[in-house]
Ligand binder design. Structure first.
Ligand code: ZN
Length: 289
């Protein structure tokens, strides 16, 4: 059976890398409720549960929404506290992000221990892989930040495609590594790598290509999709941006993206990542020690 996980990067539109310095947060609505409530309804109607990689600032601003997400059976996971990429942080600053996130999550959703982490903008790299040791120290069991192809902003082209225990270079396997890494799903066709895993690529690539790629990839390994609630929200504010950034940020936002997500929900039966990892790993326990 196809094993597929749905992951939502739960952040405001203003956390996106190309926008985060451009929005006056004091004077703007973050549009999180407007973007997330319809998504929760869509998932509930289909009985789909997902993993929500959540920014701490969003938990702080919307504790009731977070409680509703957990009550609906979704998995709460960590997307840092402030959504700064790892290349801007040192070890102490990153640990502070995780400590603050865990403390707030414990206060808002007592008894829920976040086990999964995703770095903002897939910013985990060999230069910042110390983050994995810090995550392990704070109760995390898996990471999903490796994008196994080169893009202008991020990517580890030689990384494995299926879940693995990463060495510090993120490419080699290390059975003693403290965390499991679940890389974003790509489809390898000869020398070509197609990013069929969601987000901008789900808004831009032809749907037939994405479905074909996901089905092919799913023959060999579990697949994982990601998207942002602001990509589904027709009311996401359109800020003046250079043409290239405008295309990356706004192309097919709102109804077209919602339709594409519906097609994926029809094609695969998605589960939260921790649930699938628990089934998959067996001899490779998700929680060590
Ligand atoms: Zn993000």
């Amino acid at each position: 059976m196809t094993q597929a996980a749905l992951s939502i990067d739960l952040e405001s539109y203003w956390h996106a890398e190309l926008l985060r310095a451009k929005v006056d947060r004091e004077r703007s609505n973050d549009r999180v409720e407007e973007a997330v409530r319809p998504l929760l309804e869509m998932l509930a109607q289909r009985g789909v549960r997902a993993t929500f990689f959540t920014v701490g600032e969003v938990i702080e601003a919307h504790p009731d929404l977070i409680r509703d997400i957990v009550a609906a059976g979704h998995e709460l996971a960590c997307h840092t506290f402030t959504h700064r990429p790892l290349w801007e942080l040192d070890e102490a600053a990153f640990e502070d992000e995780i400590v603050r996130f865990n403390a707030l999550a414990a206060e808002v959703t007592p008894g829920v221990q976040p086990r999964g982490f995703r770095a903002p903008t897939f910013s985990l790299s060999p230069a910042t892989s110390w983050a994995l040791d810090i995550l392990a120290r704070h109760g995390y069991a898996y990471d999903s930040s490796v994008f196994p192809m080169k893009t202008p902003l991020y990517g580890i082209p030689d990384a494995p495609l299926a879940p693995y225990r990463p060495a510090a270079n993120l490419v080699d396997e290390d059975p003693a590594a403290p965390l499991i890494e679940w890389p974003m799903t790509v489809w390898r066709v000869g020398p070509v790598t197609v990013p069929v895993c969601g987000g901008f690529y789900l808004r831009v690539l032809p749907m037939a290509l994405i479905l074909r790629g996901l089905r092919q990839a799913a023959k060999n390994r579990p697949i994982v999709i990601y998207l942002h609630p602001w990509e589904l929200d027709p009311g996401t504010p359109r800020l003046p941006l250079p043409a290239r950034d405008r295309f990356i940020t706004y192309h097919n936002l709102g109804a077209p993206m919602r339709r594409r997500l519906e097609i994926l929900l029809d094609a695969f039966s998605f589960q939260p990542m921790a649930r699938l990892l628990a089934d998959l790993t067996g001899s490779m326990p998700v929680v060590r020690g």
